[in-house]
Write a protein that binds this ligand. Structure first.
Ligand code: G6P
Length: 654
């Protein structure tokens, strides 16, 4: 979604602004622009398409000046063409904006009736004219003008404005969409002031930052002592700056071709980090932050999320119901408000799952839960995010910054964190004994090693993924199948391939094929089955027989035992991806530990409903092949792996 940057320095700002815009690219955009004050006059350059096109424009017509603003635009109102790109400006001021001004049509009518002329089709341009009118009415009193304009704007947004003749001053406001303010000390002791859509955009620039709260606005100057921050009631509030967190993006992609590749490969070590943060070595059980409820008082957990995070919530539904006996309702956030969910405080709690913590649909769904009085948990990767701030408890997923639009490590760390949440719930409700919980935990600690094995040949020419990737890349339509806990992974796999290679893919519950989708089957539609050799394997194999006998090219993702069973059963496989066998790995560990009575593992031990830790390990491990295949297919198709068309990483509009 749109990204905002603003900067006041003693030196020219065009190049650092451009570098900051590059750091905003990950959010998804289709045009970009910037404006600076050159001897008090507003000058701007804009371009549709990627930042590299804006860079070319700037090479031909450089921008000078030490105060400037920049923007990456993800089109909402008006096509992604130059005239709609930000900044929007007149001779008096220039504005960059993220979000939607919902009452823009009536404001535009009002302003046009006064004779103000619009140049773009955007909702954002009304801010320029409203601010200009207030500056005129208030004899150039900018603070007053800004105060007057904010209550007129309806919707969720963040904006930054720059004024002709006012070097060293920027105005910024947050009304729903995030905005960060920051400072650094320049080379010669002078100070530099910044606005940014997120901390990431200011990494390598600001040394100290503060997130604006909702409704807050600021007059930024180069020095923090001269800057002013106001709350939603226009009362001044102190700047409580915090040190800028170290951001992985500052370190770049390393030797990797894309951030997505880097983020896939990082997973074994990131999973270890999550487990270290979540597991208590003393009790050998998971460690969660203090919760404002007792698991034994809970009958229902409501979960909401979008996209990939929604599939993580779906996996958790299987786990929490089977292992802890908690009923789980999972809703796509954009739909929750359009039904009448039965929400009541007391025995129900709610959780919002979001990588960014800024997804507007999720935020709005969360507000619905809160309005009904439910205690809320934020399962987020960004701890300072809006969703985190709104919830009673924050469960950070510790994935580190994720830059590729297609979520990878954020998804699997959501799953790992949800596994720890489930084990705590199961233990506290008496569904798993302390000993069983510890043995589950020990089994989970095998996952980073298993992931490393799975990733061994990723990217290599002899990769076992090559054959399946070739097959998928040639197709127009693909079906992903899964059963039980593998069903959400099939859904996620289909989303992944759709997102970055633009191949039409759908995920189905394996058993649903015969109720409709099987009509699509012919030899041009590859069918990928996410099928660990588990309690449901035999049934999924029957479904594969059904599609194979109708000519489908079947790709089986399973362990060696699963593939052997398919071969023995006579299913003609077009390609196979073989993953380490979790059950065998656990059995070997049990053998090795047999001598020690204390360490005797009980991973194979099933809970009351006959589920074992394998049902917890499989969806986490089997997320890797579907990520790798999506990545490899995108490479074969030559699409933009990290910034797929039309998509945004952080979707801050409804
Ligand atoms: C966008 C992204 C998806 C992501 C979804 C939810 O649609 O393109 O990859 O899964 O938002 O994002 P969140 O930050 O809330 O997890």
């Amino acid at each position: 979604m749109c990204g905002i940057i603003g900067m006041i320095d003693a030196k020219p700002v065009a190049l650092p602004l451009l570098a900051a815009l590059r750091r905003l690219e990950y959010r998804g955009y289709d045009s970009a622009g910037m404006a600076t004050l050159n001897e008090g006059r507003i000058e701007r350059r804009r371009s549709e398409g990627k930042i590299v096109r804006l860079e070319k424009v700037l090479q031909k017509e450089p921008l000078f000046g030490t105060t400037g603003i920049g923007h990456t635009r993800w089109a909402t109102h008006g096509a992604p063409v130059e005239k709609n790109a930000h900044p929007h400006a007149n001779g008096t001021l220039a504005v960059v904006h993220n979000g939607i001004i919902e009452n823009f049509a009536s404001l535009r009518k009002e302003l046009e009736e006064e004779g103000r002329r619009f140049e773009s089709e955007t909702d954002s341009e009304v801010i320029v004219h409203l601010l200009t009118r207030e500056v005129e009415r208030n004899d150039g009193d900018l603070a007053l003008a800004c105060r007057e304009v904010l209550p007129r704007l309806k919707g969720m947004f963040a904006l930054v404005a720059m004024f002709a003749g006012k070097e060293g001053l920027l105005f910024g406001a947050r009304c729903g969409s995030p905005l960060v303010l920051g400072f650094s000390d320049g080379d010669k002791g002078e100070s530099v002031g910044y606005f940014g859509s997120d901390a990431l955009s200011l990494s390598g620039l600001a040394e100290r930052i503060v997130y604006l709260h909702d409704g807050e606005w600021a007059l930024l100057r180069a020095r923090e002592e001269d800057s002013q921050l106001f709350d939603a009631n226009n009362a001044p509030r102190g700047l409580s700056l915090q040190p800028m967190p170290v951001m992985a993006v500052a370190l770049g992609k390393g030797n990797h071709r894309h951030f997505m590749e880097k983020e896939i490969v990082e997973q074994p070590s990131v999973w270890s980090d999550v487990l270290s943060a979540r597991l208590d070595p003393a009790t050998r059980r998971p460690r969660l932050p203090a919760l404002p409820f007792l698991f034994r008082d809970i009958s229902t957990l409501h979960m909401t999320a979008c996209g990939t995070a929604y599939y993580a919530a779906l996996v958790a539904k299987y786990w929490l119901e089977a292992f802890a006996g908690i009923a789980v309702e999972v809703d796509v956030a954009s739909e929750l408000r359009y039904r009448a969910p039965v929400l009541r405080s007391g025995d129900q709690v709610a959780m919002c799952v979001s990588q960014s913590g800024e997804t507007m649909d999720s935020l709005e769904a969360l507000r619905l839960y809160r309005k009904a009085g439910l205690k809320t948990i934020a399962l987020v990767n960004v701890e300072q995010s809006s969703i985190a701030r709104l919830c009673d408890v924050v469960l950070p997923t510790h994935a580190g910054p994720e830059i590729g639009v297609a979520s990878t490590k954020a998804f699997t760390t959501q799953l790992l964190t949800l596994a720890c949440f489930t084990l705590t719930a199961a233990n506290e409700r008496g569904w798993l004994s302390n000993e069983q919980t510890s043995s589950f935990v020990e089994a989970l600690t095998c996952l980073p090693g298993l992931a490393a094995r799975c990733l061994e040949k990723f990217g290599a020419s002899e990769s076992q993924f090559a054959e399946a990737a070739q097959l998928l890349a040639r197709a127009h339509d693909v079906l992903y199948l899964g059963r039980g806990v593998s069903y959400p992974i099939a859904l996620e796999g289909a989303l992944k391939i759709k997102e970055i290679s633009y191949i039409h893919a759908e995920g189905y519950a394996a058993g649903e094929m015969k109720h409709g989708p099987i009509a699509l089957v012919d030899d041009s539609v590859p069918i990928l089955a996410v099928a660990p050799y588990d309690r449901w394997f035999a049934k999924t194999l029957s479904n594969l027989h059904e599609v194979a006998s109708r000519g489908a090219k079947v790709i089986l993702v399973s362990s060696a035992r699963g593939v052997a069973a398919a071969d023995e059963g006579g299913v003609a496989l077009a390609a196979r991806v073989v993953l380490p066998d979790c059950e065998e790995v656990l059995a070997k560990r049990t053998d090795a530990d047999k001598s020690s009575e204390e360490n005797k593992t009980k991973e194979g031990e099933e809970n009351a409903r006959g589920w074992s830790v394998l049902e917890m390990m499989h969806p986490i491990l089997y997320s890797l092949p579907v990520q790798i295949l999506a990545h490899d297919v995108a490479l074969l198709k030559g699409t933009d792996v990290d910034q797929p068309r039309n998509l945004a990483k952080s979707v801050t509009v409804e």
